[in-house]
Write a protein that binds this ligand. Structure first.
Ligand code: NAD
Length: 551
């Protein structure tokens, strides 16, 4: 279907969040789906050029909260498979680029409708099982945020296309939003199903074809999303899903002369490694690859003496411990006036120690397990480090249990050292470090917060004093790409708070906004002259007097 017309894209809206409260139908149906998925070992193939592909071997995929249970068998692809994925993306490129925008957009709008409707329970249940999310965390991520990405990106792409140059009387000037020349490499992290859905589809919406490597821990849900997108009409070869060693995939993909862009979310070290490889290969590429990376964080909560303490406590618990602190935006350091901290510490610690944690299939739990054994070991070591440090103490949690799943109790560390390691380094787990700062030292502490870590992703200020809010906003202007006033630093919503940070936190291309989509297009300016001139001479040359000299 094509044809003329300025098609109006549907106005986007945020997918309403279901409650899953006792007695609701949605609660029963997601539970049923979770039980079905928990009972089987799902086959997880790669998808290359529309074909399901097996690798040289398979590996078991385990559930974080039941690490003895295999939930799937994924394929370990070889370099030949990754080469084929590049070739499939390149082969599908011209037809996809020539597909009218409204056709590409409809694939995503249909995917959004499928995810909001018949696929919702499956994608939520796979996220609960594979990534150990509670039903609420799965719902706001895997269902709502991904639906929002798909709906809003269509709207933002359309807005971008409407940005056109001025015209004079002589010509019609047009900007054509071409896809990049080559293919895009999308690499996603374990912690958000929505990011896994967005990283390959945002470039695809703009006409690009993609080699997609999801985080291994998410392969169950990633392969289901691939099927969903196919059901929505995504043609073969537009998104090619591979699995196996990330280093092997990268070796093939980053060395290909047709690499046109990287859409990455994950740790700072991996992104920096990819950037270095691309830098080293620069002469090899046909075009400068676009590098878009959203990376680590050490997100702060900055508390003024005028803060509302109840709002602060809720913000700290939700901000630091929801999804086990494994959100890139999770609060992991807090600066609280000393006297306020001393007054609230026991109540806060008591509440943290009562947080229900366990298998997300039990809906009474607020937290599940951390993603895998390496994460569990990293958090256990950080807790031991805090326990042994003379200038820190554990005031809540500090307990781990690996007997059934990778469980780390939400932990609060108090330190008297403003440059304590746990205030600087990303841990990506349920560990919040608090630095109680001397009363009255607000402005110095703002500077301290700004310089303590290399990251600049999210941050929150809690204060009721307007002057303090303004000071924090000014002094921390480059400390966070997403800045919250009297709210937790997590929970950005597509279309409402475009997300991304700078410094070591990424290229700040704001996922789910026109700024991100802009990176996946290479505009061509077209000037078409209505009546081209037929003589090279200009009027100023028509002087009747004789030329003097001249050659
Ligand atoms: P990770 O860096 O370990 O893995 C991310 C992806 O990179 C995975 O798919 C992994 O397989 C792949 N990878 C690993 N080595 C690679 C290599 N050599 N070449 C190519 N790909 C490679 O991160 P993770 O543990 O999955 O996710 C947690 C990290 O992601 C945290 O640092 C977190 O802050 C960050 N994160 C950031 C944002 C954001 O918006 N800024 C959002 C989510 C997560």
């Amino acid at each position: 279907m094509s044809g003329d017309g300025h098609f109006k894209v549907p106005a986007p809206y945020n997918e309403p969040i279901r409650t899953y409260a006792p007695g609701t139908r949605e609660r029963e149906s997601v539970r049923d789906r979770l039980a079905v998925l928990s009972d089987v070992v799902s086959e997880i193939p790669m998808t290359i050029g529309g074909d399901r592909r097996k690798g040289a071997s398979t590996r078991p995929l385990k559930s974080p909260h039941r690490h003895q249970q295999t939930i799937g068998e994924y394929q370990v692809g070889a370099k030949k498979d990754f080469r084929d994925a590049v070739d499939a993306a390149l082969a599908a490129g011209p037809a996809w680029a020539a597909t009218p925008f409204q056709e590409r957009a409809e694939v995503l709008l249909r995917a959004a409708a499928l995810l909001a409707g018949p696929w919702r329970d499956t994608i939520n249940a796979a996220t609960m099982l594979g990534q150990s999310k509670t039903v609420h965390q799965a719902e706001i991520d895997a269902a709502c945020e991904l639906v929002d990405f798909w709906r809003f990106n269509v709207y933002f792409a359309d807005e971008l296309h409407r940005q056109q140059p001025f015209n004079d009387q002589a010509a019609w000037n047009r900007t054509e939003y071409r896809p990049l020349e080559g293919f895009v490499y999308a690499v996603s992290p374990f912690n958000f199903t929505s990011i896994g859905g967005n990283l390959p589809t945002a470039p695809a919406l703009m006409g690009n074809t993609v080699v997609y490597k999801p985080a291994t821990q998410t392969l169950l849900v990633a392969s289901l999303l691939q099927r969903l997108l196919e059901e929505a009409g995504l043609p073969a070869g537009v998104i090619n899903l591979v699995s196996g060693s990330a280093a092997d995939v990268s070796e093939v993909v980053l060395n290909d002369s047709n690499l046109a862009g990287i859409h990455f979310t994950g740790s700072t070290a991996v992104f920096q490694g990819m950037w270095k490889t691309v830098g080293g290969n620069l002469e090899r590429y046909r075009t400068y690859p676009r590098l878009v990376g959203e990376t680590g964080g050490k997100d702060f909560v900055m508390v003024h003496e005028s803060a509302d303490v109840d709002a602060l406590l809720t913000g700290l618990i939700r901000g630091a411990f929801e999804y086990q602190g494994q959100k890139c935006s999770a609060a992991s350091r807090a600066y609280i006036p000393k006297s306020m901290w001393e007054a609230l510490r026991d109540e806060f610690a008591g509440e943290v120690d009562e947080i229900p944690m366990g298998d997300p299939a039990d809906f009474r739990n607020f937290m599940g397990a951390v993603i895998d054994e390496p994460a569990f070991r990293r958090h256990s070591e950080a807790i031991e480090f805090a326990r042994r440090s003379s200038n820190a103490k554990i005031v809540a949690g500090g307990v781990t249990d690996e007997s059934v799943g990778w469980f780390v109790r939400p932990t609060v560390v108090e330190t008297s050292d403003p440059s304590f390691k746990l205030l600087q380094e990303e841990l990506f787990g349920p560990i919040l470090t608090v630095y109680p700062y001397p009363d009255g030292r607000w402005e110095e502490t703002l500077d301290l917060c700004d310089r303590t870590s290399p990251y600049a992703l999210t941050g929150a200020v809690f204060a009721t004093d307007r002057a303090a809010i303004q000071q924090a906003s000014r002094r921390l202007v480059n400390a966070a790409g997403n800045f919250y006033v009297n709210d937790k630093p997590t929970g950005a919503v597509v279309g409402l708070q475009p997300f991304g940070g700078a410094r070591a936190s990424g290229t700040n291309d704001k996922a789910g906004s026109a700024l991100n989509l802009l990176r996946w297009t290479s505009p061509r300016s077209i000037k078409e002259t209505h009546a081209p001139p037929k003589s090279y001479r200009y009027p100023f040359m028509d002087d009747p007097t004789d030329r003097e000299g001249g050659f």
